[in-house]
Design a protein. Structure first.
Length: 233
């Protein structure tokens, strides 16, 4: 979906304005898991891969939250309690944002598909349709870029949690890292498929640079985390 106008990479997740949009009257996140999967597998225009990427990121954050919940307040891990509580705040913010992006992605995708059906019989209609498509495509690029940022932010949190988290749940840190990579690469594809349709070259170039920076050695970082996780099993 669409990204922001800048290329600066924040050290922590920052909420974006697109999250403040009105929620869908039939939010995917309010339905059952079975209903979500049924709709995903159907011919319905949304949800699609962008929502799946957001769900992967939200699940990764939720797993880290679980590990932290099994760590915080336990005497055995008292020395790391303050650090764990600080991590939990960031993890919970990520989870909330990514959960919102599951629905937001579906909403902007549906809006984009609807725009393709606008009339184009006259020159005025063609001009109006083209402008609307550019705007909807831009919106449909910002959301997965936000997911990509969130997914990239998950890996450092996995790294920080490894030495202080409850070792009984260390495998879940590894699963969270795997979710982060899947979420990022899925979101990246959804950004890239839209960039080729956009006329705003400054925005397109900025988006490509940000994706490149965010995704640099992502798999290598996740692999290093998994090596440490396996060593603790």
């Amino acid at each position: 979906m669409k990204l922001t106008d800048g290329v600066e990479i924040a050290a922590t997740w920052v909420r974006i304005d697109v999250l403040e949009a009105a929620p869908s009257p039939q939010a995917l996140t309010a339905a059952s898991l079975q209903a979500y999967l049924d709709q995903l597998a159907s011919a319905a225009p949304a949800p699609g891969g962008g929502s799946v990427a957001a769900l992967n990121a939200a699940q990764g954050a939720a797993l880290l939250g679980m590990v932290l919940s099994l760590t915080i307040g336990r005497p055995r891990f008292a020395a790391h309690d303050a650090a764990a509580r600080s991590l939990l705040k960031e993890v919970e913010r990520l989870r909330a944002d990514c959960t919102a992006l599951i629905d937001r992605d579906a909403d902007v995708l549906a809006a984009l598909i609807a725009t393709y059906k606008m009339p184009r019989s006259t020159d005025d209609e063609k001009t109006t349709r083209t402008a609307a498509l550019q705007e909807r495509t831009h919106e449909a690029t910002v959301v997965p870029l936000a997911v990509a940022r969130a997914a990239a932010a998950l890996l450092p949190l996995c790294r920080q949690l490894l030495p202080i988290g409850n070792p009984a749940a260390v495998s879940d840190i590894g699963v969270a890292a795997t979710c982060a990579v899947a979420a990022f690469r899925g979101a990246e594809l959804n950004v890239l498929i839209n960039l080729g349709q956009l006329h705003d070259t400054q925005f397109v170039d900025a988006a490509r640079r940000e994706l490149t920076a965010l995704g640099a050695d992502l798999e290598g970082k996740a692999a290093a985390i998994l090596i440490e996780v396996r060593a603790r099993l």
